[in-house]
Design a protein around this ligand. Sequence first.
Ligand SMILES: [Zn+2]
Length: 212
Amino acid sequence: MTTRRGLRAAIIAVAYAAFIALIVAACSPPPAPPLIGPARAEWTPFVTDDQGRAVRWEDCTIEVSFRGDLGGDLATAIAIIQPAFQIPIVIAGPTTHVPQRADLSGPHEVVVALVAPGESTLEQPGIAGMASTNLDRSIAGAQWRYIRGGAIVMDTVRPGPQRVRVLTHELGHVLGLGHVNSPGEIMAATPTRDGLGDGDRQGLAATGVRVC
Ligand SMILES: [Zn+2]
């Protein structure tokens, strides 16, 4: 829940940066260490149980339905997350369900919905995306709580890379990740990166256990 806003360009930027670095290395003394080190890998749970443990998914597949025209952005966001998450995430099809705070569940475990302002009690004005989870503590009488489903609502996010970033972040919440301070992770409260950071990957590896 945050405010958010081409490969060739990235390659050119990296190549250009490497070129500049070579010039700087050849012409200058070594630079002083930066005041802030490289972003460290970091993740936090979205929800913790009574013992402070990360609440996680245990499932065979996670089916996602969508409301509204998300183009290929949902599939792109899932493709970014999937290599780090053990449980296969499958787009099951469209739905007309508008998730509400008191009724997240749609026809499948996760629903991603484009909503108009005021249409969902999950949606907040000026917030690009919101995620919430359904929890279950009844599995075999265990105290552990599992994530059993979730919902994401979005209103005014522009399609394309910005929406992919928001979707990736919100899917991170639904899959069990909370916010971190490190700007190097997609789970920063206001993510500025595309793709996953090391902390995101570590977190996703911990919050998804495939059980079939
Ligand atoms: Zn968030």
